[in-house]
Design a binder for this molecule. Structure first.
Ligand code: IMP
Ligand code: MG
Length: 178
């Protein structure tokens, strides 16, 4: 375990089980309809890459990036679109893939953006959910695991751009960010 991590919250093995379960639900819901998977940079990349390997329908991917909160550990509600996807989503089934939903500001902003474009369907998937921190209500279709109100890193999740390469999700020691 990394020295800055207090405890492992979701092991590598559990992550792979969660992904298989979510992919199974998506395969069932979409049947064999093609799917455009939108990966929210940067934190969702390991999750999205493992998820798509378990999807059975024809899959396309694209990337979107919104402003993150850098050295802070909470969202301020001001979300900026830093990078948009590169295609017209008219008539497509879209799956937005996020690493974690906390206040809900980020996914609310992204969902609102997509609602104004004429997709056939828009679904949201997140590996982790901290429901106790929700400020804005957003409907999430697929959730890997609900976690308590603790700041976590690893498997894509960062603190100040670090720890994304850990193979598990762990609670960051408080002394690192306080
Ligand atoms: P929200 O807008 O408050 O829902 O926050 C969502 C974004 O904040 C996620 O995409 C993550 O990038 C980041 N975030 C929220 N909680 C954590 C955490 O515990 N560790 C690392 N990043 C987090
Ligand atoms: Mg993020």
């Amino acid at each position: 375990m990394h020295q800055d991590v207090e405890k492992i919250l979701v092991s590598e093995r559990e992550i792979s089980k969660l992904i298989k379960r979510i992919a199974g639900q998506i395969n069932k819901d979409l049947k064999s309809e093609p799917l455009l998977v939108i990966i929210i940079l940067k934190g969702s990349t390991p999750f999205a890459m493992d998820l798509i390997k378990n999807l059975d329908m024809p899959v396309e991917i694209d990337f979107m990036q919104v402003s993150s909160y850098g050295k802070s550990t909470a969202s301020n509600g001001f979300i900026n679109l830093k990078k948009d996807i590169e295609q017209d989503i008219t008539g497509k089934n879209v799956l937005i893939v996020e690493d974690i939903i906390d206040s809900g500001h980020t996914l609310f902003k992204i969902k609102t953006l997509f609602e104004s474009r004429n997709a056939k369907s828009v679904r949201i998937c997140t590996l982790l959910d901290k429901p106790s921190r929700r400020v804005v209500d957003v409907k999430v279709d697929y959730v890997g695991k609900e976690i308590p109100d603790e700041f976590v890193v690893g498997y894509g999740l960062d603190y100040d751009e670090k720890y994304r390469n850990l193979s598990y999700v762990g609670v960051l020691k408080k002394e690192i960010y306080t």
